[in-house]
Design a protein around this ligand. Structure first.
Ligand code: NAD
Length: 308
């Protein structure tokens, strides 16, 4: 029997992202105790070698590094304060929250955990389900550098670009700035496509031209075709971006920074969700412009087509 020198891990939150990330750690030979409030999620990953736990407390009880990948701030706070990380994780360990949550709440949790000699890193990710599946996530990490260096090998199993960006909360701050740029860029593309469509130009050709010049962007490249075709279904969900934009505005309020463009695009995401687009991809923001202009994309004939 070989005894592994790898740190013992716990992973909490086995949804769209977490199950792929935990799966890579298991495949890389780490002993990973897994927990999710969905017993189905735990069951399917235990078939690949994860050790099923029945609570957060049980999962983290002997963990040297515990990772969470949860929907939002309240769930991470529950896992830390109520369900067992603070009370049951051994001192000297590192807790890495990889969800996208509030930087301020992150700093408060890091301070509480530090009192128990547990280091906290915030390591939100960019790259979506495809990046998670291919272990190609970009991970932006806040927290003490020494803890980052101890955890870096584990993070490298899940991502390709791992950057320490500063003190606790800095990872979340950078991630929220990333989301701000993405959302405002998507809105700019929607406006250009709405104007081009109303003026009768060929939108596919217009996109090709823009990609070749200074208006080029990742969003235009990756989401442009689905916007033009009226294909709303796959991709990063409208409701997840809306959650992130609300975190951006909360942070802006705390720092007295006016963000007029972000406020406007957030209202449009609210409108999109109210029209049943919450589980559609971000390209479905263009349907807000379908409704405002009374015009629909070439595929998905009726404006309401594809609503869920
Ligand atoms: P998800 O909803 O698919 O998964 C979350 C998991 O957490 C679920 O399995 C749920 O059962 C579990 N959970 C909820 N509360 C829990 C609790 N108290 N204890 C234990 N488990 C609990 O979400 P996701 O798409 O995997 O996203 C996770 C995080 O990653 C979010 O913060 C999201 O914003 C961020 N993120 C998502 C994407 C994406 O494209 N999906 C991309 C980048 C970042």
């Amino acid at each position: 029997m070989t005894v592994s020198n790898l740190p013992k891990l716990a992973f909490v939150g086995l949804g769209v992202m977490g199950r792929e990330m935990a799966g890579h750690l298991i495949a890389a030979g780490y002993r990973v105790r897994i927990f999710d409030i969905s017993s189905e999620a735990v069951g399917s990953l235990s078939e690949s070698g994860g050790i099923a736990s029945t609570s957060v407390a049980e999962a983290v009880a002997d963990a040297e590094i515990a990772i969470s990948m949860l929907p939002n701030t309240p769930q991470v706070e529950d896992v830390v304060y109520r369900d067992g990380v603070l009370a049951h994780m051994p001192s000297g360990g590192i807790f890495i929250d990889m969800s996208t949550i509030s930087p301020e709440a992150t700093r408060a949790m890091a301070a509480s955990l530090a009192e128990k000699s547990i280091s906290m890193l915030d390591g939100p990710v960019s790259g979506g389900p495809v990046g998670a599946r291919n272990a190609a996530l970009s991970i932006m990490v806040g927290g003490e550098r020494s803890a980052f260096e101890r955890a870096e090998a584990v993070l490298k199993v899940m991502g390709t670009t791992i950057t320490h960006v500063g003190a606790p909360g800095a990872g979340q701050t950078v991630k929220l700035c990333n989301q701000l740029v993405c959302a405002v860029n998507i809105q700019a593309i929607c406006e250009a496509l709405a104007l081009g469509r109303a003026s009768g130009v060929d939108l596919a050709q217009m996109r090709d031209v823009l990609l070749g010049g200074s208006a080029s962007s990742w969003m235009l490249d990756k989401l442009g075709p689905a916007m033009i075709d009226g294909d709303a279904s796959a991709g990063f969900r409208i409701d997840l971006m809306l959650k992130d934009l609300r975190l951006v505005l909360e942070m802006a309020g705390q720092n007295d920074v006016p963000l007029p463009a972000t406020s406007l695009v957030t209202s449009q995401y609210v409108e999109a969700r109210a029209h049943g687009e919450g589980s559609n991809g971000n390209q479905a923001l263009f349907r807000v412009y379908d409704r405002m202009t009374g015009q629909a994309a070439s595929r998905g004939t009726a404006v309401a087509a594809g609503h869920r």
